[in-house]
Design a protein around this ligand. Sequence first.
Ligand SMILES: *Cc1c(COP(=O)(O)O)cnc(C)c1O
Length: 391
Amino acid sequence: MNKGTTRALRFGGRYVAETLYTPLLELEEAWMACTQDPGFEEELGSLLASYVGRPTPLYFADRLSHEVGCKVYLKREDLCHTGAHKINNTLGQCLLTRRMGKTRVIAETGAGQHGVATATAAALLGLECEVYMGVQDMRRQALNVFRMELLGARVIPVEGGSQTLKDAINEALRDWAANLDSTHYVIGSVVGPHPYPTMVRDFQAVIGKEAKRQILEAEGRLPTHCVACVGGGSNALGLFYPMEGDPVEFIGVEAAGAETLSLRGEPGVLHGFHSYFIQDPHGQIIPTDAIAAGLDYPGVGPQHSIYRETGRARYFSISREEALRGFVTLSRLEGIIPALESAHAVGWLLAHKEELSPDALVVVCLSGRGDKDVQSVEEMLSAKGSGLECV
Ligand SMILES: *Cc1c(COP(=O)(O)O)cnc(C)c1O
């Protein structure tokens, strides 16, 4: 076994306090039971179709293809109900909660996107929902706080520490340990202790399963490249995983300021799992600074660390300017305003078009829509002096 493989085997795991060990085993058992139960798949599949709007289109982006110099398809997760892929996972976990006989879900949220997706699925399924959020994040994202309340959730302010996402995660873990009988903790990406990374991957794999079938129908061949932005890594893994055994190149795109795999991260342990994290030499986490809230996390799911060490996927970071160029270019060429997160994936295409041959066939995961980002993009562009002209 080479060194890379030995190291790769260590990623993931269940690095938690003893009080959470048994609940994680129970969760794994409940989840395994659901994967064996055709009734669960049927119930989830039916809600994904009638409520979320799946399958989402795989759209041939003609004008973008001309700009890039090869065929580009967009997997339109921006057309999911609530405007992003996160609902695929929160709906699955809320359904699992009901199956486990629990009545309450909790979640943590930074910018509010995962909180809103959890509150939405909880409203749909009649579950009580409480969302932990740092007070600083609550101030910055006041509208998402109201959105969650409108959906019937209670937002619990977290005053401790840096008053942001990582403190909210700690509070949510504490709540979970104290209320195990009634409560399931909904984690929002392919991160956290086992079985979360595997379970979230399986809920998001609907993206790649559909995309694979759709591209074979449209083109009669597999894509040469799959491209997706990476925060925790769930939309990317959802697209990649069903094509893991196929000769398809995987490109993960991180944001400048949060380049966990492409530049600054080192293996370590945080939030119950072993993976790459952006940390100082003593293992203290360094705060990240990405322009897209969904990419602003100092770690990445363990499967991406494995992909990186085995070379199965390549990871790049995209600068603010390149991401803004992706945001504006997709809007102008295709009439689609992408989430700033997804704009990083488009930005990679524009920045790397020289390395794509004319017969390349690229699938880009458009993880979300950009309505939420229009105001901040306007501010960033006008701060640079000349608005849209400088892109
Ligand atoms: C949360 C979010 C992301 C990042 O999360 P992943 O788990 O890496 O997919 C990307 N895009 C959008 C639109 C998001 O809301």
